[in-house]
Design a protein around this ligand. Structure first.
Ligand SMILES: Cc1cc2nc3c(=O)[nH]c(=O)nc-3n(C[C@H](O)[C@H](O)[C@H](O)COP(=O)(O)OP(=O)(O)OC[C@H]3O[C@@H](n4cnc5c(N)ncnc54)[C@H](O)[C@@H]3O)c2cc1C
Length: 417
């Protein structure tokens, strides 16, 4: 007989657990509170720009092996696109200087020895000073591990770690930063090719998973918010939704894949991160210049990364709490001014149709203090496991961490007697 597994939350972590378990012949039931799957990684139609846009531009790297394997498992690996080489063009807005970091194909960091491939005005010794990050503990601050000033910091380390940690790098956990560096930069150029879901996050990472699940006989219910667990001893016995209750059988299992705040409300006493940081994205309906790079690093401005999509220029600003209450029009104008400079657009171009998406609780704060609050996947209930980018994955809050947590929860379900 098929065993039942209930997945609470259809974000990327819940979907990855669901897909793994459906492929292992479990009878999967996904319960999602909202009307759409994807959670913090989703697309929607925006009437102002008349485009389908993502809530945020999501960048993956080819070394994100769980994310790539997940896309492969739902048949959309080809939808993650990027340049063949790990090349990252940058522009410094105040000086107008442009350069390209070229990590090449080799496992060895040969690019460090070539001044045309590394960051201009930096030397090999600057990079060697970053080595302590590789073995730093999670309780250590980035500021206490590596130099947080100078040319290399401002042109590479700061943009990279700000994007990965979503907090000001010096206050971030050196251990989390080190994990990112080990799995990408240190793994060589082949692990650092940028990958984007060009046709949209939902089309590439979400909808095909929901379709696969339904094709395999799983149920995926929207508007089905879990309100409470009923427990008996060391087992969850019932799932209480607003309008209905599901009684669990002896072999039934639950994977709770919701963000930290609902998880803590459902499981009183659960230790979770409690501080979060915003990410701001702006989308402009504008045909990118023909020579526009798919992703451009922007230094010294408000904008941090500029993405070129068909008919759209989009920007990401991490650690964006300072911008969440700024009037939208004012913010759009300031960002558009940076976009024009970064994309090399001539003249004072009027603001095209735009949209700003401010995700206030985009990620937990990747500080040592908050990282110490991340629980593992096992709970005090034998038939309940946790997933989510905020659980203790060893990575900051990323798609890779989220999928890893979903895979880990699924493996624990599979390992049950
Ligand atoms: C703007 C932005 C930009 C980002 N950029 C990047 C990037 O470039 N690269 C990268 O790797 N990562 C990025 N991330 C992070 C990435 O999106 C997240 O790590 C990932 O989507 C988290 O997935 P999750 O499943 O862990 O959680 P969530 O996406 O939060 O999913 C949880 C789900 O549970 C549902 N839920 C909540 N409560 C209940 C309940 N009681 N019952 C049922 N369902 C419930 C929610 O509605 C949600 O669908 C970004 C995030 C944001 C917001």
């Amino acid at each position: 007989m098929q065993k039942n597994v209930h997945i609470i939350g259809a974000g990327i972590s819940g979907l990855s657990a669901a897909v793994r378990l459906a492929n292992a012949n479990y009878k999967v039931h996904v319960h999602e509170a909202t009307q759409q799957a994807g959670g913090r990684c989703r697309s929607y139609f925006d009437a102002v720009t008349n485009l389908t846009i993502d809530n945020g531009n999501h960048l993956l790297l080819s070394g994100n092996r769980h994310a790539v394997a997940y896309a492969r498992s739902i048949g959309t690996e080809a939808g993650l696109v990027g340049p063949k080489r790990a090349q990252f063009p940058f522009v410094d807005l105040p000086t107008g200087q442009r350069w390209q970091l070229d990590l090449g194909d080799s496992r060895l960091p040969l690019w460090l020895l070539d001044e045309t491939r590394r960051v201009p005005d930096t030397g090999v010794l600057d990079y060697l000073a970053l080595m302590p990050l590789i073995w730093a503990g999670a309780d250590k601050l980035v500021a206490n591990s590596i130099p947080c000033d100078g040319t290399l910091y401002h042109r590479l380390v700061q943009p990279l770690l700000l994007a990965a940690l979503n907090c000001d790098p010096p206050e971030g956990s050196a251990g989390l930063a080190g994990a990112v560096v080990r799995e990408t930069l240190l793994a060589g150029g082949q692990a650092c090719r940028p990958l984007i879901a060009r046709d949209g996050l939902s089309a590439v990472l979400v909808e095909p998973a929901v379709k696969l699940l339904r094709d395999k006989g799983a149920t995926v219910q929207f508007g089905h918010e879990l309100r409470e667990f009923a427990t008996t001893g060391d087992h969850v016995g019932e799932l209480k939704f607003g309008s209905d209750t599901i009684a669990l059988g002896p072999g039934d299992v639950v994977v709770l894949a919701v963000p930290p705040r609902p998880a803590a409300a459902l499981l009183p006493g659960l230790k979770t991160p409690s501080k979060f940081r915003a990410i701001v994205n702006a989308h402009f309906r504008f045909d990118p210049p023909r020579d526009a790079a798919p992703i451009l690093g922007v230094v010294g401005g408000l904008v941090e990364w500029l993405f070129a999509f068909p008919q759209r220029l989009s920007v990401t600003i991490s650690n964006g709490d300072r911008l969440v209450d700024q009037p939208r029009e004012e913010l759009a104008l300031a960002i558009w001014s940076d976009v024009c400079k970064a994309a090399g657009l001539q003249g004072d171009l009027p603001l095209p149709p735009w949209q700003i998406v401010r995700e206030r609780r985009a990620t937990f704060e990747a500080t040592p203090e908050q990282n110490a609050l991340r629980p593992g996947p096992v709970t005090s209930f034998k038939n309940l496991f946790l997933a989510g980018d905020w659980t203790d994955t060893g990575l900051p809050a990323t798609i890779e961490g989220s999928i890893r947590s979903g895979d880990r929860a699924a493996d624990l379900v599979l390992a049950r007697p």
